[in-house]
Design a binder for this molecule. Sequence first.
Ligand SMILES: Cc1cc2nc3c(=O)[nH]c(=O)nc-3n(C[C@H](O)[C@H](O)[C@H](O)COP(=O)(O)OP(=O)(O)OC[C@H]3O[C@@H](n4cnc5c(N)ncnc54)[C@H](O)[C@@H]3O)c2cc1C
Length: 262
Amino acid sequence: MEIREYARPKSMDEAMHLIHEEHGTAIGGSAWLRTNTKTVMLGVDLSDLGLEYIREFQDHIEIGAMTTYRELETSLLLASRFGKIFSTAVGHIVGIQLRSIITVGGTVAGRYGFSDLNTTLCALGARVVFYPNIEEDLASFIEKGYAGPFLIEKIILPSSARAAYQQMRISENDFPIINTAVAWMGTEWRVAAGSRPAAARLCRNAMKILADSANPSNEQIEAAAQESSKELQFGSDIRASATYRQKILPVLVRRALLEVRG
Ligand SMILES: Cc1cc2nc3c(=O)[nH]c(=O)nc-3n(C[C@H](O)[C@H](O)[C@H](O)COP(=O)(O)OP(=O)(O)OC[C@H]3O[C@@H](n4cnc5c(N)ncnc54)[C@H](O)[C@@H]3O)c2cc1C
């Protein structure tokens, strides 16, 4: 990657101006951007905007866009509110050096099909906040994108959930073949699947089968797991065929649901 001009704005207004009016490219951890061979005419480094935080409020948790995977993985606050789902979902990615660089904002913005984190955030009912203060359901953003240039400020999570993440990959350092995250939110179940190889989607029919019981029966869990593989579309790539992905997903959904239900 070549950057022709580099800016390090000190305020969100300045960053937004550079991205919106000057066609600048936001730079998060730049781990993904730097794998690209294209020339960036104006790189807008978000490092000085104070977006690296995980904060608890009365009824929700906020994660700044520049928060790294390493911070998610080691956060005592997230572990106390969501169990080990964040460390399970991101703690195996490549190595600590990379996880200390890659950001939540860069991941959500990229809407990557292979993402472990985006599947997790979809299941947790996360919302994404675009500057200035435009809030949207994260699952819907992953599905539909955003019209025009945008700057992600933060992610909003509910205050707690019982949740689990499951994935299958050929080797530890490869992208997942298929992944899923499930969460009991206190009043409803959420089930998401990603790396199909397309990006994460909610399994709405499976969620309906589980209904509003914290203790779904084994039959409900089996039916929801099977439904998850019927309601989504799967594709083939160098890692796996569509058929293989479709066969593996129900196994992972069942395991994740059993982990949460106990
Ligand atoms: C070698 C390698 C291996 C990886 N393996 C995995 C893996 O196994 N599983 C997995 O889930 N992920 C993996 N990833 C992806 C990683 O988890 C991140 O999703 C990815 O690197 C993007 O984060 P970043 O901070 O590097 O973003 P950047 O490279 O900085 O940015 C990525 C994109 O997002 C935009 N952007 C960044 N921040 C913002 C913002 N705040 N607002 C608006 N737009 C923004 C940028 O303009 C760019 O288009 C891997 C990445 C690398 C480099």
